[in-house]
Design a protein around this ligand. Structure first.
Ligand code: UD1
Ligand code: MG
Length: 457
């Protein structure tokens, strides 16, 4: 097998996106488009990947890290000019160079592999991945000769009316004999409608030199969708989403309504988990088996154990154990650790807190910056008063504590193991273990007082 190299084009601004965010960094199912491309290319046997960066260079580099080498294209003079920038890295190398656009997030490794295989077995100098589409507007058209061989690629803006009728398009993925590529690039001109150096012109240049040029047509146009604007972005999102959903369903996860279930990339879900509609599960989340999530829930970057039930709730950046029940209408904020068999009920907000095994906050509570032991019962309306207007303070609640309804625990404060807090208390001092603490005014009943005031007369 030939040595293989790859060039990812990611220097463009993406004017048609009308966005502050550089085009290739727009996420599709949570992951930036260019990262999708790199992840797929990385599955092939590639010696070196060179990403061409320009607009937002630092941000693209920060995203891709060491998975790629970089070449800077200072001025965006077109896709051929972009590939030229990889010259220092690749021009002296012998082998095949795959070129992929950073704005085709749906491209699959298998398809690129098939393109590479065909290219290598036919001894071609250039091969282009094509697709036949209903609406080819905006794409470069594949122009074939009478024998059916590819002659050239014509950009939409340069195409004649006749050429515009061609429905076979350039997907923007190619492979080239490396030396032929860099010598042909020198011959590309910018004499065209956009005044740009077009990479697709390399095809015509090599063909006119009598070299073998092939096209590999994929059946799956969806995979080659180029995202230039927000309409295409939403199409890419939809296609990626249905791929992801299908993957989980084939893995044994029930999605009650996959059309309305939004699972981002790189999420793990165990068998027999059921996801109800309106649920969003963000990148990097891990959900165990036999769990129930949704409806209308938002899970972001959480680990969730087996058999846990989360209904109509939001949970971010937290670890949630097995056999936990959350919601309806609960909010688990970042850095929370919820142990097994915990119950977080309706209208409970938990922030940066630890809940020990079997503890409960069943109704209407705010628990922030707290370490709650195991088997603690936080009654309805329990509040940790964690903020003094300047700083946040810790509340520590020992194992087996019972906090009566409507209690304020003014932090910093520690409630010892097994203590009881009387309902309606405002606790400002530590409570020793096993004691009852009552911190509220005593009730006074003034008999016949109302009669004296004649209020009801
Ligand atoms: C390009 C192809 C077109 C093909 C389509 C497939 C050219 C001239 N046209 O058009 O035939 O049908 O892709 O999606 O190649 N880029 C740079 N530097 C530049 C210009 C572009 O790095 O100077 C990058 C962009 O960031 C982008 C990619 O190259 O990731 C493609 O550029 P784009 O402007 O999207 O080209 P299209 O008009 O889509
Ligand atoms: Mg494009």
């Amino acid at each position: 097998m030939n040595n293989r190299y790859a060039v990812i084009l990611a220097a463009g601004k993406g004017t048609r996106m009308k966005s502050k965010l550089y085009k290739v960094l727009h996420p599709v199912c949570g992951k930036p488009m260019v990262q999708h491309v790199i992840d797929q290319v990385s599955k092939l046997h590639i010696e070196e990947i060179v990403t061409i960066i320009g607009h937002g260079a630092e941000k693209v580099k920060a995203q891709l890290g060491s998975s790629s080498l970089y070449a800077l294209q200072e001025e965006q003079l077109g896709t051929a000019h972009a590939v030229m920038q990889a010259e220092a890295h690749l021009a002296s190398k012998k082998g095949t160079t795959l070129v992929v656009c950073g704005d085709t997030p749906l491209i699959k490794a298998e398809t690129m592999e098939a393109l590479l295989k065909q290219h290598e077995t036919q001894g071609a100098k250039a091969s282009v991945l094509t697709a036949t589409v209903e609406d080819p507007t905006g794409y470069g058209r594949i122009i074939r000769n009478a024998e059916g061989f590819v002659e050239k690629i014509v950009e939409h803006k340069d195409a004649t009316d006749e050429e515009k009728k061609v429905k076979e398009i350039n997907t923007g993925t190619y492979c080239f004999d490396n030396e032929a590529l860099f010598s042909a690039l020198k011959k590309v001109s910018n004499d065209n409608a956009q005044g740009e150096y077009y990479l697709p012109d390399v095809i015509e240049i090599l063909k006119s030199q009598g070299e073998i040029v092939t096209a590999y047509q994929t059946e799956d146009f969806e995979e080659t969708l180029g995202v230039n604007d927000r309409v295409a972005l939403s199409q890419a999102e939809k296609i990626m989403r249905s791929r992801i959903n299908e993957y989980h369903m084939r893995n044994g996860v029930t999605l009650v309504d996959p059309e309305h279930t939004y699972i981002e990339t790189d999420v793990e879900i165990g068998q027999d988990t059921v996801i109800y509609p309106g649920t969003t599960i963000g990148m990097g989340s891990k959900i165990g088996a036999e769990a129930v999530i949704g409806p209308n829930s938002e899970i972001k970057n959480c680990t969730i154990g087996d058999r846990t039930v989360i209904r109509q709730s939001v949970a971010h950046d937290s670890e949630i154990g097995t056999d936990v029940t959350i919601g309806p209408f609960a909010h688990i904020r970042p850095q929370s650790q919820i142990a097994d068999e915990v119950k977080i009920g309706n209208f409970v907000e938990v922030k940066k807190s630890i809940f020990g095994k079997g503890s409960k906050a069943s109704h209407l509570s705010y628990i922030g910056d707290a370490e709650v032991g195991s088997n603690v019962n936080l009654g309805c309306g329990s509040i940790t008063v964690n903020y003094d207007g300047k700083n946040k303070h810790l509340t520590k609640i020992g194992d087996g504590v019972f906090v009566g309804c409507n209690s304020n625990l003014v932090a910093p404060v520690t409630i010892g193991e097994g203590a009881y807090i009387a309902a309606g208390s405002t606790i400002t001092e530590d409570v020793p273990a096993q004691s009852l603490s009552i911190a509220r005014a005593r009730q006074v009943n003034k008999e016949d007082y109302v009669k004296k005031l004649n209020i009801n007369k």
